[in-house]
Design a binder for this molecule. Structure first.
Ligand SMILES: *Cc1c(COP(=O)(O)O)cnc(C)c1O
Length: 339
């Protein structure tokens, strides 16, 4: 990997720039476990407002937000219904199995949305929590639209089952739709988002919900070892990100679309899914015995980094790659695929 590699492996790769570091340095702090860190409190208030919920809790990561949500919904002894290809049911499965120790009931999905009949069956089968994801990473950064989400959330409501939104990239969905994040979180009882992905902060996620829910989540966070002390230095990055890095996500989406446009005509290249809705482009490559794994390795040698998994290569645009970088990466891909 050369120093000038164009790194499209993930939107978690961004580094805090000078203005964000200055916000860290200037942050007023206190012991957050005593409820005395004013910067953490400000971030939690800002996040709650943006997601249209009563209260919020700053946590170390998206996984911790999801795990703590499972506990705080009181689902610790009962099955949870979740999308079969969701982050929760794949990457986070071990945490749910070994820490929460609850059964996962995978629900069939179409695009970013659980299939209604499959969700209904999970609820009838005794699921006590239903989880959703927006944008849906495994589905290629696709958006779960409010009009799709609402009837599904209603099924859970009718069964008196609470709902949780893993909104790691909900701001990508919001910006792409030109809606507020609150609109996308509205169907769900709780929702979390990552500050450390498209928003460009180095660390952190925020979980939002009712005041009572957040009280329980705060307790659960302590049980899983997630209580932080003078965390205001990190919360300051989150506040800076919410203030300065939300609208600009549109540039990442435009770059991803441009990338897809350039590469889609290359021989052996197929976009999967064909639509690029946010900041991710998934590619399948098959040509003359060469596959996606081959292409990913060749690209790395030529300074374009991406992830390959299960026959698909994922390219993610973010704050630290320019439109020019992305266009250059796309041209390298076209050359390599054609070689
Ligand atoms: C990244 C991600 C998470 C977990 O976030 P971490 O901060 O890496 O723990 C959860 N859900 C989705 C959809 C993600 O993409």
């Amino acid at each position: 990997m050369s120093a000038s590699a164009i790194d499209l492996r993930s939107d978690t790769l961004t580094r805090p720039a000078d203005a964000m570091r200055r916000a860290m340095a200037a942050a007023e702090v206190g012991d957050d476990v005593f409820g005395e860190d004013p910067t953490v409190r400000r971030l939690e208030e800002e996040a709650a407002e943006r997601l249209g919920k009563e209260d919020a809790l700053f946590v170390a990561s998206g996984r911790m937000a999801n795990l703590v949500a499972v506990f705080a919904h009181g689902a610790a002894d009962a099955p949870v219904a979740l999308g079969a290809t969701s982050h929760l049911n794949t990457v986070e499965a071990a945490g749910i199995d070994r820490i929460a120790r609850i059964e996962r009931v995978p629900v069939e999905e179409k695009g970013a949305a659980p299939v209604a009949d499959s969700l209904r069956a999970a609820l009838e089968g005794g699921a006590r929590l239903a989880a959703f994801e927006n944008t849906h990473n495994g589905a290629g950064g696709r958006i779960l639209r409010p009009e799709e989400a609402e009837p599904l959330a209603a099924l859970a409501r009718e069964a008196k089952v609470p709902t949780h939104l893993d909104g790691a990239r909900v701001f990508n969905a919001a910006v792409a739709l030109g809606a507020g994040a609150a609109t996308l979180a509205a169907p769900f009882d709780s929702a979390c988002f990552c500050l450390s992905k498209g928003l460009g902060a180095p660390v952190g996620s925020v979980l939002t919900g009712t005041r009572e829910f957040i009280d329980r989540a705060r307790e659960a966070r302590q049980h899983v070892g997630g209580a932080m002390r003078q965390a205001g230095v990190l919360a300051a990055c989150g506040l800076h990100a919410l203030e300065h890095h939300v609208e600009r996500i549109a540039e990442d989406h435009a770059s991803a679309r441009r990338f897809a446009e350039i590469i889609c005509e290359a021989p052996g290249v197929r976009l999967d899914p064909p639509e690029v809705e946010t900041n991710m482009v998934y590619v399948v490559y098959e040509r003359g015995g060469r596959d996606s794994a081959w292409l990913q390795k060749e690209l790395a040698k030529r300074g374009v980094l991406a992830f390959e998994k299960d026959g698909r290569i994922r390219f993610v645009t973010h704050l630290d790659v320019t439109r020019e970088d992305v266009e250059r990466a796309a041209r390298v891909l076209v050359e390599t695929a054609s070689s």
